[in-house]
Structure formats: structure tokens, C-alpha cells
Design a protein around this ligand. Sequence first.
Ligand code: ATP
Ligand code: FE2
Length: 328
Amino acid sequence: MKEDAIILGIEGTAWNLSAALVDERKIISEYEKPYLPKEGGIHPRDAAQSHASNIKEVISKTIRKAEIDLDEIKGVAFSIGPGMGPCLRTVATASRALSLLLKVPLLGVNHCVAHIEFGRWLTGAKNPLVLYVSGANSQVIAYRDKKYRIYGETLDIGVGNAIDKFSRFFGLKHPGGPKVEELAKRGKEYVRLPYVVKGMDFSFSGLVTAATSKSKENSLEDLSFSFQENAFSMLTEVTERALSYARRDELLLVGGVGANLRLREMLETVCEEREVKFFVPDRRYVGDNGAMIAYTGLLMLKNGMATPIERSSVKPNFRPDEAEIPWF
Ligand code: ATP
Ligand code: FE2
């Protein structure tokens, strides 16, 4: 394989349909068409329908922007899981067709691993403990013996989904994360809410129930503030213990919730106290994007890990510790 092979990556596990072309050194081009529900949360079938309508445009604009010849593309990478079944299947179908058309290998990428590898690539973190916090996922992860191992995780919903549920209750539009972050800044009083850490795991659904049930006697600002304080303290407590247990001197924050400045502040404090280096990618790359899929696809191609079409069925529950990581 040539040093400067270009990979096309397509992400569409949930809300963001996004494509990118990358080579070993840089992101060459990217284009996205996010799906934003008119009301309520993300409906998997609506999101898949939106992806199906937009995928041709997203791919062709990504390629056109790059000003390259099609035969320079050496692989087609896509998120094979975890994610919403209908969304995954839409993107997988398009990716299989493209790989056949371009006569290049298909690369089925684990979405969580892509967040981590892309984060390491962008920030230069070498062997970090990873806090991966998004809508559907909340996990504390570190590499050991050819795999990413999960040290702690949510026992129910991801912290992003918890924030989105809380905000939806108050009639705020999806995604709730940025709105709750703003409201929380104006909170004045702490409202007592559940704080649930069990061993190295945490849980968020009780926090949503309690916070929404106190909506009559407390302001939305105070509840947003208290919700964030509890949810992020739970994540920070487990992260701190995992840093010491896994003996890491680097922490990498990835996933859409990683955009939150209050969460970053809490983690920074722990890192300072422990002399741990804190890494977080640029805000626009903490959440879902095509470049992370393309980059991880490149790593797979270099390690002879192409995905035969007959083994390219999507894996809605694909965990990061099930993926082989030979390149670390
Ligand atoms: P995954 O498939 O990895 O679970 P995802 O589909 O949830 O990914 P991401 O882009 O990684 O997508 O994360 C989206 C989540 O991040 C949403 O729940 C959103 O509310 C949350 N989020 C975005 N910005 C912020 C913020 N500033 N503060 C808190 N949460 C945020
Ligand atoms: Fe994600």
C-alpha cells in the first residue's frame, strides 16, 4: 500500500450523516448533513430515511471538494456499529455498493474505537485512559493486550441521552446538551439529586426521573446546574479511580458530551492534582464525524483488516472490547 493512500469514511450511526477523505497525515475534505428531529428525540427510522435521502449528496460533495481522482481512493470505511439498526443498514448498503464500484476494500469500523483513535491522532495522546461520553455511550476505557478494555460504564443510558431526556421534558429541542450547559451557568442553588456510582459503573436514569419530578419547586436553571454537577462528578470520580487503577498518566476525553466546558473543568482539576496530561480534541471533532471513520479505516487497511462483503452485516451492539486492535 502506498504511503499516501486515501480512504473514504462514512459515519451515520445516529444523528450525523458525514463523510470524509483522509490520508495518513491529514483530513483532505469532509461534508455532513446532520439529521435534527423536528420534535422529540432521534427516531431511528426517520433518521435512516434522512440519511438515505442525503447520502448521495454527502459522498459526492466530499469527493468533489477534495479534487482527487476516484482511483486515488484505496478503501471505503463505514461505521459497522454500535448504533441504531436502520441508520447503520442505510450507510452499510451505500458503502458496500461504493466498494464494489470503486473495486477497493470495504472496512467496517467500530464507532467507539474510531472516537478513540481519531482523538489520539488529533491530540498526540499515546496510551491514555479514555472517557468516552456521547448520547448512547458512557465508558471509561484503556488499551491492554490488543484490545480496548472497559474499566467502567453506564448501567443504563448514556449521559448524553440522559441530558437530552431531561431537556426534552422541559420542551427544549434536541440536542439538549448545549442548551443545558448554558442554563446551568445561570443556576444559583444546588438541588439534591441522586448520585449513583456502583463500583466502577454509574447510572443516569434515576437522575433524570428525580430532576424532572422536581420541576415545580425549582427553576430550570438550578435543576440544569445540579443535574450537570451530579452527572459529571459521577463520571469524574470513576475516571479518577480508573487513572490510578490502570496506571495512566494521560486522559483523553471523546464523544459529543466532551464539548461541555464544565465537564472538562472537573476533569482538568483531577488531572492537575495527579499530574496527568489532559487531552481533548477540538470541539467540532469530539462528536460523530466521518473523518474518525476514515482514519480508523486507514489503520485497518494497513493491518490487513478489510471486511469481506459477506461478513459486513451491521452490529448495533458492537462493543469496543470486541474489536481487535493490532496497531496500538
Ligand atoms: P455515539 O454513537 O457515540 O453514542 P452519538 O450519536 O450520541 O454518538 P455524539 O455526537 O458523540 O453522537 O454525541 C451527541 C450527544 O452529545 C448528545 O446527547 C448531545 O446532547 C451531547 N452534547 C453535545 N454538546 C454538548 C454539551 N455542550 N454539553 C453536554 N452534552 C452535549
Ligand atoms: Fe459517537
